[in-house]
Each structure stands twice: as C-alpha cells, then as structure tokens.
Write a protein that binds this ligand. Structure first.
Ligand code: PLP
Length: 448
C-alpha cells in the first residue's frame, strides 16, 4: 500500500483551524468551559457532529466512507464499517444481517452478553452449542469444527453459526476448518473477534476474515491504538455496503463520536505502517516473558495462543486470584481481569519493555493457599421461554437462594465471556443455584 490517507483527521484539523462560529452541536462548541488542570487535555476542539463535509456514519459517502474503504483494503475484505459503539454494536448488526438470510441461529454458548441482548432485541432464539467443558479449569473448551458440523447435521434448518474466537483467554478456534464445515452446509459464519483485530498483523495472518468468516466484529480499541468504543464490522457477504450500514443504524447512536472515528482513521496509518513489525516484536516479547515466568514458577494457561494475552493459572500456583491480583498491584500492575482462579493480562505493542519486566519481577511467588481444583460442570438448563419473551416479561429481583424452579428474566454471564450459568427464559435448578452462588451472584431477576 502507498501512503495512507487520514481523511477524517484531516477534516477535523481543517475545521479546528477555520475558527468558524459553531452554531451546531455539541454544546461545548469546541471550547473548554471548565479550566481544570489535566482535563484541559480533552480535545474539545476536535469533537464535532455530522456537519457539512464531515460525512454521516450510516450513510458514509465522504470522509468516513473513504477511511472505511482504506480499512477494508488493509484487512483484505469487501467491506469494513466503523463502529463507535464497540463490538456490542457490531454484534447487533451482524445478527440483524444474518437473520435476513432466514433459518436458525446456532450459537456457541460462551458468548458475550451482547449476543444475548441482540437476540432479545431481534427476537431470534439461538440453538445453543455447548462446547466440551474442562471442569478442572472451569472453562469451556475451544469449540471444534467437528462439534459445529455435528450440530448443523442435527438441525438442517441452521443457517447461521456464531462463535467467539479468540476468547477472553486468548484461545483461538480453528476458523478455517469451521468455515469449511459451515460453508459446506450452505451456512454463514459469524465470528465475535472482539479480541482479535490485531490477528491480521501477526507474522502469520490469523484474522477470522482471512480464514473464511463471512462477518466478523473487531473491538479495535481492545488491542490496537484506538479510543475506547472504536471497532470494525467486516463483511465478505455478497451484499451492498448500504445494507450493512442499515443494520448498524438500527442500533447505533445518531451522534457517533468523531474522536473515536478519528482514532480509527489514524489507526489505518498505523496498520499499514509499523503494525506488522510491532506485533512481531510483541509476539517475541510475550513468548520471552512467558518463558521467564514459567522458569520462575508461574503457571500459565497453556492453550493461550494470542500473543496479546498472558493468563496466569493462579490455583495451580496455590494462589487465589484475589491474592495474586494483590501481588501484581503491589508491583504496580493492574490486570485486565481476575476471577475463577485466573488472571488475564492484556499486552499490546504500546506496552514498554518495563511492563514485562515488572511482571517477571512478581515471580517467584511463594504459594500461600491450597484451593479446590475443580469448578464443577456447567450444564444448559431447560428453556421455558425465548430470550425475548423472558426479557420482556414482568420480572422481580429475588435472592438466588430462593430461585429454584423460577424462570430467569436475565442472562447471567460472568465476566469474562464464559458459558452463562443461566440465560433469560431458562429454568433455574439446584445446580444453577449453586453455580450462581459459587460465582458470587446472590440475586437474580426472574419472571413474575
Ligand atoms: C468476546 C467479547 N465480545 C464482545 C465484547 C463487546 O465489545 P465492546 O466492549 O467493544 O462493545 C466483549 C467485551 O469485552 C468481549 O469480550
């Protein structure tokens, strides 16, 4: 690729310099109403709305459309659309688009809550595929092409397959093999790639769109230098971009943040420039850090293949995740997540080497506690109402201790995205009650 243009950033810069009277939204008019130290760094001047020349996110035919086209070229896909509402918005749009193809939706159950909400809004009840479960780890295993093929064969009405890869623990599914099975059966493959926008730039391209997904969402903000909320919806569907935009517009705000859009625009330059080299370096640094950590006695989740993740298996070290998180914080490290006996650490090329050294210096860590080595199973409870029927029914909040026999009116998905203990419309049994309590969830909305 030649030099990459940044049309959104250029427009904002020009508008800032033009010093015109802003008789339009937003109310700050590009000025600092409050002089308050650090907060004077918020670039109000660059935060505009869809004025003339600034294009419109859902009918992007100007600077936004141009920038999105550059992104599509970088990712090697037919269409890329920007999201200022993260992957949550892109997931809603993906489901709305796939629904237009008819048939049933097969969804791998370790999905982010955004999928449950999209299904509620669109009234599309998924057929759940519960991947094999690792009781010792308390984690769903990575779904396999065989499991997908078997589920599709069992229900020939399935037309769309939805899965999450990489997951929160940096484990990647075999998308190429799965795409082959799905396409071989005339289906569409949707991938929640919220954690994998960078996979395209690894020494070997492992981005789901490259491996055969038809639609996929990337939270660019999770692992690329993009402001929080910035994401992509990539499509290789044989449909006009207009249709994809229409699906996004069903759910998105009509006031998207131009600061987020500008950061996506600027990121194009990064992706076409130093990204490959920087992610190759990140891969080396992560591999080296993992080696040092292992040598110093740290237990890591072995299935993690994404170089942007390091997952500490605290229980294997005789630590609770709380104690290990406290140890990290003592060493001035803030983890992404701690729970279920694990700690998820997210790294990117923007982390200086010092951050890796700090992490290494937390070890060796003396084991403190002997903890249970099984989290038990996670079955799929019986569905009584659809997600939508349950979510829109009158509900009340009750203690989990009194919930057996009641129908959940909300989906209880622990963070990180894991198999939900119970989804809206499912009956809570003794097992679910115990699992909820073990996960520290003591109240739940149930259908009245
Ligand atoms: C797997 C997965 N999918 C989707 C989302 C939603 O992404 P966003 O926060 O960008 O809306 C998340 C957020 O953490 C996630 O972990």
């Amino acid at each position: 690729m030649g030099p990459v243009k940044t049309p959104i950033c250029d427009f904002l810069e020009k508008y800032r310099k033009s010093a015109v009277s802003r008789l339009h939204m937003p109310g700050h008019k590009g000025r600092q109403a409050m002089k308050n130290g650090l907060w004077e760094q918020i670039p109000f001047e660059l935060d505009i709305t869809e004025i003339r020349g600034a294009d419109a996110l859902y009918e992007a035919e100007g600077i936004i459309g141009e920038s999105e086209q550059i992104t599509a070229e970088i990712y090697g896909v037919q269409n890329s659309c920007f999201s200022a509402g993260g992957s949550t918005l892109s997931i809603q749009a993906m489901i709305a688009l796939a629904m237009q193809y008819g048939g049933r939706l097969l969804a791998v159950r370790n999905a982010h809550i955004a999928l449950f909400h999209a299904c509620i809004l669109l009234d599309w009840q998924p057929v759940w595929l519960c991947p094999a479960y690792d009781e010792r780890q308390g984690l769903a295993k990575v779904v396999t092409a065989g499991e997908i093929a078997a589920a599709m064969d069992a229900d020939p009405l399935i037309r769309t397959v939805y899965l999450t890869s990489p997951d929160y623990y940096g484990r990647e599914a075999d998308i190429a093999a799965i795409a082959k099975e799905v396409h071989g059966r005339g289906g569409l493959l949707l991938v929640d790639n919220a954690h994998g926008a960078h996979l395209r730039f690894l020494p070997e391209d492992r981005h789901p769109m490259h491996l055969g997904a038809d639609l996929c969402c990337d939270s660019a903000h999770k692992c690329l230098p993009v402001l929080t909320g910035g994401g992509y919806l990539h499509s290789n569907l044989p449909v006009e971009k207009e249709r994809i935009k229409a699906a996004i517009a069903l759910f998105g705000s009509t006031s998207p943040s131009y600061l987020i859009l500008a950061s996506l625009d600027l990121c194009n330059q990064y992706l076409a420039g130093p990204a490959r080299e920087e992610f190759a370096r990140l891969s080396r640094w992560t591999a080296a850090a993992k080696e040092v950590l292992t040598r110093r006695g740290a237990a890591l989740l072995h299935e993690t293949t994404d170089p942007a993740k390091i997952v500490l298996d605290c229980l294997k070290m005789g630590y609770s995740h709380e104690k290990m998180a406290a140890r990290l914080r003592e060493n001035r490290i803030e983890p992404e997540f701690s729970g279920g006996g694990k700690i998820v650490l997210m790294v990117s090329p923007q982390n200086p080497e010092e951050d890796f050294l700090r992490l290494e210096n937390c070890f060796p860590a003396e084991a403190k506690t002997r903890l249970p080595d099984s989290f038990g199973c996670c079955p799929v409870p019986q569905t009584v109402l659809s997600l939508r029927e349950a979510a829109f029914s009158p509900w009340e909040t009750i203690p989990v201790s009194q919930s057996v026999g009641r129908i959940a009116a909300e989906s209880k998905v622990t963070c990180p995205p894991a198999i939900p203990i119970v989804a809206a419309g499912e009956e809570i049994g003794e097992i679910e009650k115990k699992l909820l309590q073990n996960s520290g969830i003591f109240s739940i909305k149930v259908v009245k």
